[in-house]
Ligand binder design. Structure first.
Ligand code: GTP
Ligand code: MG
Ligand code: NA
Length: 297
């Protein structure tokens, strides 16, 4: 199969940031699910994954009336934990993604694992978008469910707008201290050396259309070559576990190529290579979190 711009794979996007900045909640907001509330202590402790088909992204960005013509079939989003003890999982997540979302709590600014995540992304030269989440916590915020952020911002009082601008400026300064230029995405026309910031609320959905549109436009603009589907299997193992009724299962992210039932696979073991045959292939439903093990396709 010839690699071509008409046959792209889904970009893999990793969501990273300090604990409790709202990474899982943002995905819940897009999925229309409630995964976060089911987590022990409200803390993510594993890598998660969700597939967002192109049509769902198109629906969610419609209000922006922008060119959301999607050439990619969808977007695979990897959720990572923000708790300090899971550096290894953040490293895995950032290692297998094409792009990343770095989530910052607008009320807290940059925190230790924000900076750690930032350094992981810098190390691998991974492009990312900054999400400034929890804008609904600005005192006096008027909720505009799922509205594009510019529209939502226009609904706010001068007082709220001032507080927003003050916090934004402070956070831009904090990024500058880390050696990074950042700017609100709608003021950042270049998409070059300056990283884009998207304000959001994972509770009421403001800014979510903007985030999705930006992710898609940006992958089209900067990585078509990298996203051309290739027949050569490229697959990363996330987790190995025994599931009742299925025996030993491995969670994988299939980046390129095709897997079939009956295929022989070789994976790295602790002592030696493990040779196995694929007995069954299961995929979570679109818009469902991999970690919630119910009814796979
Ligand atoms: P870890 O995965 O444990 O690092 O946390 P996380 O970044 O996934 O954050 P999570 O989604 O668990 O959200 C943490 C808390 O913040 C929860 O109580 C959420 O309800 C709350 N929260 C998340 N996003 C928002 C938001 O936009 N606005 C408000 N008001 N609360 C939010
Ligand atoms: Mg989480
Ligand atoms: Na959390």
């Amino acid at each position: 199969l010839q690699r071509s711009a008409d046959n792209l794979r889904s970009p893999i996007c990793c969501i990273m940031g300090h604990v409790d900045t709202g990474k899982t909640k943002l995905l819940d907001c897009i999925r229309g699910t409630n995964v976060q509330e089911g987590e022990a202590g409200g803390i993510t402790q594993q890598i998660g994954a969700t597939y967002f088909p192109a049509e769902k992204i198109r629906e969610r960005t419609r209000e922006l009336k922008a060119d959301a013509k999607l050439k990619v079939p969808g977007l695979l989003v990897i959720d990572t934990p923000g708790h300090e003890s899971f550096t290894n999982l953040r490293s895995r997540g950032s290692g297998l993604c094409d792009i990343a979302i770095l989530v910052v709590d607008i009320m807290h600014g940059l925190e230790p694992q924000t900076i750690e995540s930032l350094n992981l992304l810098k190390m691998r030269n991974t492009e990312f978008i900054v999400v400034l989440n929890k804008v609904d916590r600005l005192y006096g915020w008027k909720t505009c469910p799922n509205a594009p952020i510019v529209k939502a911002m226009k609904q706010q009082s001068k007082y709220v707008q001032n507080e927003f601008n003050m916090r934004l400026t402070r956070i831009i300064m904090q990024f500058m201290e880390q050696g990074l230029n950042t700017e609100l995405y709608y003021k950042n026309k270049e998409m070059g050396g300056t990283f884009s910031i998207v304000p959001t609320s994972a509770i009421s959905g403001e800014g979510i259309p903007d985030l999705l549109l930006l992710l898609v436009q940006w992958t089209h603009k900067t990585m078509v070559e990298k996203l051309m589907f290739s027949n050569e299997v490229q697959c990363t193992v996330l987790e190995v576990k025994v599931i009742e009724g299925h025996g030993t299962t491995i969670d994988v992210v299939l980046v390129n190529g095709v897997l079939h039932e009956g295929d022989q696979i070789v994976v790295c073991g602790m002592e030696e290579p493990i040779v196995a045959k694929i007995r069954a292939l299961l995929t979570p439903h679109p818009m469902k979190e991999l970690r919630v093990k119910v009814r796979f396709l």
